[in-house]
Structure formats: C-alpha cells, structure tokens
Design a protein around this ligand. Structure first.
Ligand code: NDP
Length: 278
C-alpha cells in the first residue's frame, strides 16, 4: 500500500510555486474574508494565510463580525473587485445563516474567484475550458497522479455530490476519461457501487463511513473528510486502519487532501495575478 502523502506533495508544489512567484513582475495578492467566529473557519483562514507567507504571496485578511449584513459584505467584495492590487478573493464558507452564500459567491468577479465557485467558473469546468480548478478536487487529481494511476477507462466512484467537492471532482475525473459514478444519501446499495471502484473518493463528512467491505482490493482510496471527534482528534470518512491494508494507495487524514487544497489555492492565486497582468 502506498501512502499518498499530501503534506509532502504539497510542500514540493509550494517550493516550485515560491520559485515562480519570485520571477513575477507583480506580487500576487489574495484577499481572504472571514465573517463570524467559527473556530474551524478560523483555522482554515490561518492555514491559507500561512500558505501565502511561504510563497511570497501578499495576503489581506478582512475579519467581519457575525452580525455583518449582506449589504456590508457585498460592499467589501465590490471594493476588492475594483482594487487592481487584489488578484484573488476568497470568502470563507460557511457564512452565518442570515447571509446568502449564493449571492455572495456571484458577487465575486469570476477572474478573481480563486475558489472557482462562481457559476461562470463552474460552467467553464463543465465544458473543460477553465482558468481555475476548484482547490480540493484539483488537489485530489494531483494525488491520484502521484499514485501513478492512469485514469483512462477506470471506474471512479465519488461519494458526495456537493458543489465544492463531489460534483466538480466527478467532472475532473471525467475529463481524464474515467467512467464516473456519483453516489449520495439516496443511492441504493452503496456498497455494491463502491466495490466496483478502481478509484474511490469519499466526501461525505461522516467519520469512518467507508469500511473495508465497501472497498475493492487494490483500489486507490481518497479520503476528503475532515471530521472532528469528541476528543478533538481529526479523522476522515474512511476507516483507515481497516481499509489501508487492502487499498493500493490511500490518503491519510490529516496530511492527505487538506494540504493539497491550500497548495491549489496558491496556484489559483498565482494564475489570477498572471492573467490580470498580461
Ligand atoms: P456536504 O455535507 O456538502 O456533502 C456531503 C455529501 O455526502 C452529500 O452529497 C450527501 O448526500 C452525502 N452523504 C451523506 N450521507 C450519506 C450516506 N449515508 N450515503 C451516501 N452519501 C451520503 O459536504 P462537503 O462536500 O462540503 O464535504 C465533505 C467532507 O469533506 C466534510 O468532512 C468536509 O469537512 C470535508 N472537506 C474537506 C476539504 C479538504 O480540504 N480536505 C475541503 C472541503 C470539504 P446528499 O446530497 O444526498 O445529502
């Protein structure tokens, strides 16, 4: 079994990107907007800022109180859209309940939408003609490449159909000529489907959801889940102990998909800066 070490792959990509940033005439700049005081969101924002620091990317943090109104948030996004020195805008999700995520995402100019959540960018991904790839699925594609798997003709099963992970993940696998099945909470006989997978991606959000009997021996298993247990420990969606002996390659949690997501955000920010200064 090969451990797909996202931390190591991410570190390698970050070094390459740091060298690229040095050669750019304009220093890329990422604006990160955090509304409220969700502790997990705080951690994610800090990690994104640390990623920027490592690469010599400028990061601007805008922390807004949880009572922020939709109008106030849209006003900030507008200002960042207009600011020529800001190349990427990221609004950390989830937003407090009274704010409308869809409207907020649509307010970000597509060329600055480094999360690739704007409908224009989602559409571009669908037709295979894109500027940015969504960070988590893009990071997973790098890890699958690292496993040495040629996806052409392979059976790939994605558990989860969210707009940020499951759906774009399926699309990227399809672009690489895999045969893709997307499963969700209404899927009948999930195990029967997942056992067909040469590559199984779990993005469910339930600890140890994927058990050994759901995995085909020799499969590549990608665990997207980040679940915090009562004792504070982080765990994925895959029962790592039981599944790792039968998988040909598997990602750990933590240290698998998570660090890759940050690296891909950095890549998108560099791409945005380059495109806006052509
Ligand atoms: P969502 O909650 O948006 O989606 C979860 C998906 O799992 C849904 O499509 C849901 O189906 C499906 N699901 C739930 N229960 C079952 C079940 N019993 N059988 C089959 N499918 C089921 O989550 P996200 O996609 O946003 O995130 C998934 C996980 O990945 C979370 O743990 C999250 O923290 C993590 N994550 C990690 C990232 C990283 O960088 N490593 C980045 C983003 C997310 P239905 O649609 O029918 O409800």
């Amino acid at each position: 079994m090969k451990l797909l070490d996202g931390k190591a792959v991410s570190a390698r990509l970050m070094e390459e990107m740091a060298r690229e940033v040095e050669t750019l005439s304009v220093k890329p700049c990422l604006a990160v907007v955090l509304v409220g005081d969700d502790p997990a969101s705080r951690v994610y924002v800090n990690n994104k800022k640390k990623g920027c620091e490592k690469l010599g990317i400028r990061s601007l943090e805008y922390t807004m109180p949880k009572e922020t109104t939709q109008a106030q948030l849209l006003e900030l996004i507008d200002a960042l859209n207009e600011d020529k020195n800001v190349h990427g805008i990221l609004v950390q999700l989830p937003l407090p309940k009274h704010l409308d995520e869809k409207t907020v995402i649509r307010a970000i100019r597509p060329e600055k939408d480094v999360d690739a959540f704007h409908p224009v960018n989602v559409g571009k991904i669908m037709i295979g003609d894109f500027d940015f790839l969504p960070c988590t699925p893009a990071g997973i594609m790098e890890l699958i490449a690292e496993s040495g798997t040629d996806l052409t003709g392979k059976e790939c099963v994605v558990i989860g159909r969210s707009n940020i992970v499951g759906k774009p993940m399926a699309m990227l696998l399809l672009h690489k000529n895999a045969t893709v099945t997307i499963c969700h909470s209404k899927t009948r006989d999930l195990k029967e489907v997942t056992r067909r997978a040469d590559v199984l991606v779990a993005a469910v959000g339930i600890p140890n959801f994927v058990t050994a009997d759901m995995v085909r021996p020799g499969a590549v298993v990608i665990d997207v889940g980040i679940n915090r247990l009562d004792d504070g420990k982080l765990t994925g969606d895959v029962d790592f102990e039981a599944v790792s002996p039968i998988a040909s390659a598997i990602t750990p949690v933590p240290g698998g998909v998570g660090p890759m997501t940050i690296a891909m955000l950095m890549r998108n920010t560099i791409t945005a800066a380059k495109k806006q200064n052509q």
